[in-house]
Every structure is written in C-alpha cells, then in structure tokens.
Design a protein around this ligand. Structure first.
Ligand SMILES: Cc1cc2nc3c(=O)[nH]c(=O)nc-3n(C[C@H](O)[C@H](O)[C@H](O)COP(=O)(O)OP(=O)(O)OC[C@H]3O[C@@H](n4cnc5c(N)ncnc54)[C@H](O)[C@@H]3O)c2cc1C
Ligand code: FES
Length: 280
C-alpha cells in the first residue's frame, strides 16, 4: 500500500481551509465540504485521513469521505463525539479550519482491487471513509468487476448518504443491500446484523477483494462470513481506528502492539493484522 510522503514542514503545519458546505446528516453526524485556501487539491487516496484543527480547541483525525476523482473540494463526515468534533459542528460556510495530511495508507483501488469483483462491508460511520473508495470505483467503473455494497446501521435514522446510495444502486453490476439492527414503524427493509446480508452471497474467491470498515464488534463476524465464501486474509482489507495525536508516526498514541495505525494503517491487509493481538 502506498503512503503519501510529506516533507517535515508539511507534516506538522496545518493548511487553512474554508468550509463551503455544512449540512446535518443524522442527529450526530454532519457533512462538510471544504476547500484548501491555497487552491491546491488535497491529493488524498481513498481511505486516507486528515488531521482537522479548530483554532484554540484542538485537532482530530477524520477520514476523507470524497473520492480524489472529485476536484476542487473535499468532503468529511464528522460525528459529534467531544470537544474538537463539537467545535467542527459549529462551523458555518465561510469559516476556516486547519488541515494536515492526507495521511496513512489507502484502499488499494489502483492495486489489488483493480480488475476484481469488490465487496464493501460497511457499518455505521464506517461508510464515510469507504465512500471515498466506492465513488472512486464508480468513477472508474470499467476497471472493476461486480460491486457489492453491504451497509448496516443500528437503526434507520442513522443511515448516511441515503440519496447517494440510490445512485450507486442504479449502476451496472452494482448490488446495494442494507440492514438495520432495529427497524421503526416506517422501515420495510432488512432487519438484523450485517452478517445476515452475507449468507447467500455468490463470490468467486479468487477474483474478489473485500473492504471492511465499521464498529469494532463488526470485524470478526464480517470476516468469518467472508471466509465462509472461500475468501482468504490476503484479499480482505480492514480500516482500523485508534486514538491518534500526531498522525505521522512520531508520538506512539496509535500503536497496536507495535504497529502504528497512523502510518502502517488505518487501512491494513487483514493477513498483516490477523495475528496481531488487540488489532481486531
Ligand atoms: C484514522 C481515523 C479516522 C477517523 N475518521 C473519522 C470520521 O471520518 N468521522 C468522525 O466523526 N470521526 C472519525 N474518527 C474519530 C475521531 O477522530 C474522534 O471522534 C475524535 O478525535 C474525537 O475528538 P473530540 O475532541 O471531538 O473528542 P474527545 O473529547 O477527544 O473524545 C470524545 C470521545 O471519543 C473517543 N475517541 C476519541 N478518539 C477516538 C478514536 N480515534 N476512536 C474511537 N473513539 C475515539 C474518546 O475516548 C471519548 O470517549 C477517526 C479516527 C481515526 C483515528
Ligand atoms: S498518532 Fe502519533 S504515532 Fe500514530
């Protein structure tokens, strides 16, 4: 997997960005569209993250949710979890924030995934980083085989990008299926955890790559379901979140038993972390 190399100056210095759009998505998450004031492209690869800073408050790692095929701006989905993310939620169009990065490894859209069938397994907020790869694949459709997108949320009101999903589902050789742990009075779709969508999957294990991203509890069960189709750890990629500070391999906050999640991750080939204690 490739990592974006930055000069020492670049890795510590936030670059000013302007909020172009801020829209509520759910009770906890907001969608942001941003533009770097320098006018340059962010240059992210699908799956990478940026360190977002609010002056006087602090900094938080947030995945880039837009594909690099989108030019002129980039997008984030931010869950209000504490001081920094609350301050980001309070920003209005025209307000400024700081951006370092993009950092970390990426989903191998130009590597192992190319020419393959792709299964995206996303839980909750995990759709935000994976959307970058989904839209990359959609914008380069001829380079990939069949695409299956599985999305699971706790309940219907927590689903993200519900309008964009309809566009994905309408594309050639794309299957989109969603489920919720608990329905409500208007919900007519699937009810059950995400693995209930994986029981009848028809997979050609030799020519399929799976991407898994979601809450910690999801990984083990989703990977077990992928194994049942004949897939191996070499063709499964996971995105793992850990508490981070520097984001650039200097402080050690993100360590998973010797692995630096900010540099060797957040995207890992499952084969590389399957035996690492506390990784999954
Ligand atoms: C690589 C990476 C990508 C991320 N992408 C996104 C994203 O796209 N959208 C998004 O909303 N959030 C994302 N996060 C999580 C986000 O960074 C944290 O929610 C944020 O740092 C919390 O900061 P805060 O100051 O608002 O809250 P704090 O006051 O620092 O913490 C609030 C609560 O969140 C917990 N928390 C803090 N950091 C993390 C973390 N990394 N993982 C799990 N829990 C955490 C704390 O333990 C505490 O309970 C990502 C994290 C990483 C490491
Ligand atoms: S966050 Fe500092 S080393 Fe990874």
């Amino acid at each position: 997997m490739e990592t974006t190399i930055k000069s020492q100056d670049d890795i510590y210095r936030p670059h000013l960005a302007t909020v172009l759009k801020s829209e509520p998505m759910t009770a906890m998450e907001r969608f942001f569209e941003l533009k770097l004031d320098s006018g340059r492209e962010l240059g992210n690869k699908p799956g990478q993250f940026v360190e977002v800073s609010v002056l006087g408050i602090g900094e938080a790692p947030i995945s880039v949710s837009s594909s690099p095929t989108q030019k002129g701006s980039f997008q984030l989905v931010v869950r209000n979890a504490g001081n920094v993310t609350r301050a980001i939620h309070n920003l209005k169009p025209g307000d400024k924030l700081g951006i370092r990065g993009p950092f970390g490894t990426n989903f191998p859209v130009e590597g192992t995934m190319k020419g393959k069938d792709i299964i995206f397994v996303c839980g909750g907020l995990g759709l935000a980083p994976v959307r970058s790869a989904i839209n990359y694949v959609m914008d380069n459709r001829k380079n990939y085989g069949n695409v299956t997108i599985l999305y699971g949320c706790r309940n219907p009101v927590e689903r993200l990008f519900i309008n964009e999903v309809k566009n994905w589902a309408s594309k050639d050789r794309v299957t989109y299926t969603e489920t919720v742990d608990r329905g409500d009075e208007n919900w007519k779709g699937n009810v059950g955890v995400i693995t209930t969508l994986m029981t009848d999957m028809s997979v050609d294990p030799g020519k399929t790559v799976a991407i898994v991203c979601g809450p910690p509890v999801m990984y083990k069960f989703a990977i077990m379901s992928l194994y049942k189709t004949g897939m191996t750890a070499d063709n499964i990629y996971v995105s793992l979140e850990r508490h981070m500070k520097c984001g650039v391999g200097k402080c050690g906050h993100c360590q998973i038993n010797g692995l630096y999640a900010c540099q060797e991750g957040p995207v890992f080939k499952y084969a590389d972390v399957a035996e690492v204690k506390e990784a999954i």
